[in-house]
Design a protein around this ligand. Structure first.
Ligand code: ADP
Length: 189
């Protein structure tokens, strides 16, 4: 099973990706997690990404495409994967098509979690309080920027994948369990 999970920041992608990992035995490939690990390890890539991520802007396409292309060659990704946080731009989606084509693999679906912006702001506020602000990009100011970046750069992917026939849209406003159920439903249709 080769999937993409997308949706605005705070939509619950990570939570639902976790359930997909368990259900299908596939790894989650999160560009956000890989970038945060690079920042932690103070690698050159991490140093480049740090200020960009703190502002809620996007790391350059070449950087994240490089991450994904390498990660897809790892043994654990050979039977499938769920991409979380990638692609985020049309250029990344085109690069992914190429990366997959080179490897002779195709997508089984692109899950989109639909949520509204006000609800997201509330969720992020709660997450920032729970984690004591552990993530530099978990504050309302930065979230507004991330939502704007999403609307501008990432939302066009919905039409892109619709055209490819891979789009599977799910209501992300329901409870975690209900969203999980809806995802299972659209995938097994
Ligand atoms: P969330 O899951 O909360 O939406 P992520 O952990 O996926 O957030 O991403 C956090 C930040 O990492 C983004 O705001 C961006 O700066 C950077 N990032 C992650 N993935 C990408 C990507 N595919 N392209 C560009 N930047 C990315």
């Amino acid at each position: 099973m080769r999937l993409i999970i997308m949706g605005p920041p705070g939509a619950g992608k990570g939570t639902q990706a976790q359930m997909l990992i368990e259900r299908y035995g596939i790894p989650q490939l999160s560009t956000g997690d890989i970038l945060r690990a690079a920042i932690e390890a103070q690698t050159p890539m991490g140093l480049e990404a740090k200020a960009i991520m703190a502002r809620g802007d996007l790391v350059p396409d070449e950087v994240v495409c490089g991450i994904v292309s390498e990660r897809l060659d790892d043994e654990d990704a050979s039977k499938g994967f769920v991409l979380d946080g990638f692609p985020r731009t049309i250029a990344q989606a085109e690069a992914l098509d190429e990366i997959m084509q080179e490897r002779g693999i195709t997508l089984d679906g692109v899950l989109v979690l639909n949520v509204d912006a006000d609800a997201l702001i509330e969720r992020i506020k709660a997450r920032a309080e729970e984690t004591g602000g552990a993530r530099a990009d978990d504050n309302v100011e930065v979230l507004r920027n991330r939502l704007a970046v999403y609307a501008e750069q990432t939302e066009p992917l919905i039409a892109y994948y619709k055209k490819q026939g891979n789009l599977k849209s799910v209501d992300g406003m329901a409870s975690i369990e209900e969203v999980t159920r809806s995802i299972a439903e659209v995938l097994e249709k």
